[in-house]
Design a protein around this ligand. Sequence first.
Ligand code: UTP
Length: 299
Amino acid sequence: MTKRITKAVIPAAGLGTRFLPATKAMPKEMLPVVDKPAIQYVVEEAVNAGLTDVLMITGRNKNALENHFDRVAELEASLEAKGDTAKLKKVNESTELADMHYVRQGDPLGLGHAVHRANMHVGDEPFAVLLGDDIIDARDELLTRMLDEQVKRDASIVALLEVDPDSIHLYGAAAVELTDDPDVVRITGLVEKPAKEVAPSNYAVIGRYVLKPEVFEILANTAPGKGGEIQLTDALMTMAGDVDGTGGVYGVVFRGRRYDTGDKLDYIKAVVQLASDRDDLGPELRPWLIEYAAGLQKD
Ligand code: UTP
């Protein structure tokens, strides 16, 4: 019987330069999305899909990430003394979520390099990778579907989103073949951040992967690619071309809500959308938004 996947790897060691100066001394994954740091949404998603062993790849300036998932005795004692159980619950939520582990990347040599740092912890089993600045709306299913497909196909799985051709240059783009499942495609090629004219499709790879452990050896032999970084896309490309040795790569097409909190505009949209959907903030925020938008139309 196939062993259930339990391990999630969350690369969070990037420099976050698109968000400077906010990220000068603070990791971008700690930016609050309404009232929770982005990274907590990502860990919650892993846990909701049954992945309770979480390895975070961190770097310099990233201590806040570890602190967020640890106890904070003074604050807990103060809230307890005041009998503020609601706030105490909020503080403890992130501490009790998962079995958290950390490894530093050293130099941020690229996403592929960050994932390779998980080799020792993960060992010889399939595992999930969730990018620490990519939020998938908890109301839309993705990771559980990917885990199921990994078991079913004994292959590596990536998440794909159909994007406007004008923005494909921001992503890894996939060349695909259809399967008998409308939500699943076989990946035959991948190009990192292609120009619109040469993109193989408008299927963009987004920040969720379920990978077979063969990826580690391939990453160890992957030379720096685009931007001088060791690219996970290049390793996936090798796997897609070696179906016999690695099982190949399939894509699960995601049609739900996704927010790239590492990008300023997407971050702002995420905060507005998630806040306006919430019971505690929505009833006041929505009428204000409508009035504000009407004002914009007049200008
Ligand atoms: P990004 O390219 O979005 O991250 O990497 P970045 O380099 O931090 O961002 P900008 O472009 O400078 O603003 C995607 C994911 O890979 C991680 C990032 O933390 C992010 O979750 N990453 C990237 C690493 O962990 N290590 C790296 O060397 C590069």
